[in-house]
Write a protein that binds this ligand. Sequence first.
Ligand SMILES: [Zn+2]
Ligand SMILES: [Zn+2]
Length: 218
Amino acid sequence: MFKMDSHIHSEYSPDSSSKIDDILKVAAKRNIDIIAISDHNTVDGTSEVLKKTRNTDILAIPSIEISSSHGHILGFGCEENIPRDLSPEDTIDRIHDLGGLAIIPHPYCFYRHGLLHNYKEKLNIDAIETRNARFIVGYCNNKAKNLSIKENLPALGASDAHYYKFVGDCYSLIDCEKDVDNVLKSISKGKTEAKGKGTSNIKLSKYLFEKNFLKKFD
Ligand SMILES: [Zn+2]
Ligand SMILES: [Zn+2]
């Protein structure tokens, strides 16, 4: 079994300033074996992490978080950009054409572009996040977990960290060999378990303090 954090943002996302090197340090410290930089609408972070993890113990999976017309979709395994604002169906087709898996992150989070919150068509998706570290309490994750059980959809845990210290706050245990193709296959077969306690309010407060308030009171 390996520990995988499949949804991490880096400085290539407009809403994160995390350096890939810092993300890798925290991942190593927290014994995360497999990571994916899933930046908003760009694979630049993925390209960097693939280079930096060559010949290291950490396996990086290419990934991108695409803003479809109705919500976010991860192109997991995709090394190329996919245009934003396509329909969910077209976005998913593009992901599959590139050999990737279409994973729905935070599916029911209505204020963070959760796709399944407002899109009711049947979609050809491969997996969903049932433990997104930013919504560990309550409705969003519970509803996703229920869907995964009802539809027999593979379930993943992920940090969705926009700050490197939150990497690994949720993760998946995955039964696989440590190579990209095998990881994708194992997810498809549902050989994953969503784990982790999520990002605590204390940790979030410290982050806000570091980001905003520290300078003011120096
Ligand atoms: Zn998102
Ligand atoms: Zn995200």
